[in-house]
Design a protein around this ligand. Structure first.
Ligand code: PAF
Length: 286
């Protein structure tokens, strides 16, 4: 695997692959890679002939009181993981390379409606930062296919809308969430949890699973289900940000007539913000 840090080197390496007739797959990340990221690369490998990954901790998507400075940066270990997962080229640019004019004057990409609410409500500007950096990366790499984790469900919806609305000729593929044995969704932020917090963390997935099970059994009292599980999550020591049942595509509050649902949760354990979700397709059940 080759690692490049400049856009010129990235473009030259990809041009070579293209000239050899290769289909390009892309897995953008912020590094501190775990098995969930490895799954993105493995999936990209299966869908393309030349796999590019990026590692860039994007300052534009962090709020002023968020963990930009402390976000784990583990390039050596990440490179090793990417090699093992079958990555061909790693792009690991500096902030100056990505934002040479500074972030204040950077052109922004914003996706209305989908970026509001849920994580967008407690992280103002976050999805604009994500959409901006992802559109830059997609323009740099120009992949045929790009893979994003379904764990960041709202992010994936925002990116799908952006690619559709800006007519980018790129297939966007969602990668199922990789979980620890006790159900906790893998995340770089899990590393912030102390032992007691880590023991509580699987409560989120249990709540999602119980709700999904009840809905699959025909329960349509969403308000009641939400109230019960919100109490359970709070009583387990979390500070709940949101627990919602939404339509899986446009993310508006679900109605009893919707068949394509997603249950989404965000909650703090101490200062660590965890998110998770469960997609529920009821078409098969009707
Ligand atoms: O999901 C992430 O790791 C980031 O939000 C992404 C898509 C790489 C953009 O910085």
């Amino acid at each position: 695997m080759n690692t490049v840090t400049t856009i010129a080197e990235l473009r030259a390496a990809i041009a070579l692959a293209r000239r050899a007739g290769k289909r390009i797959g892309f897995a953008p990340t912020m590094g501190n890679l775990h098995s969930g990221h490895a799954a993105l690369v493995t999936h990209a490998r299966a869908l393309s002939d030349f796999v590019v990954a990026s590692i860039f901790v994007n300052p534009l998507q962090f709020g002023p009181s968020e963990d930009l400075d402390t976000y784990p940066r583990t390039l050596d270990a990440d490179q090793q993981r990417l090699v093992e997962a079958g990555c061909d080229l790693l792009f690991a640019p500096s902030v100056a390379q990505m934002y040479p004019e500074g972030t204040a004057v950077q052109t922004r990409v914003s996706v209305p409606e989908l970026s509001q609410g849920l994580c967008g409500a407690s992280r103002p500007g976050h999805f604009e930062g994500v959409a901006t950096v992802v559109s830059k990366l997609l323009n740099m790499v120009q992949p045929d296919v790009a893979i994003f984790g379904q764990k960041d469900y709202q992010q994936l919806a925002v990116i799908r809308a952006m690619v559709r609305d800006l007519n980018m000729p790129i297939e966007i593929v969602g990668q199922p969430t990789v979980r620890a044995e006790d159900g906790l969704a893998l995340s770089s932020r899990n590393g912030y949890l102390d032992a007691a917090q880590r023991a509580k963390a699987p409560v989120l997935y249990r709540s999602l699973s119980e709700m999904a099970e009840a809905i699959a059994q025909g329960d349509r009292d969403y308000a009641g289900l939400l109230e019960r599980q919100r109490k359970i999550i709070s009583a387990s020591g979390f500070t709940l940000d949101y627990l919602e049942i939404r339509h899986a595509v446009h993310l508006r509050p679900a109605t009893a007539l919707d068949h394509d649902l997603v249950i989404l949760v965000a909650a703090y354990l101490g200062t660590t913000r965890l998110i998770d979700n469960l997609h529920l397709d009821l078409h098969a059940a009707v």
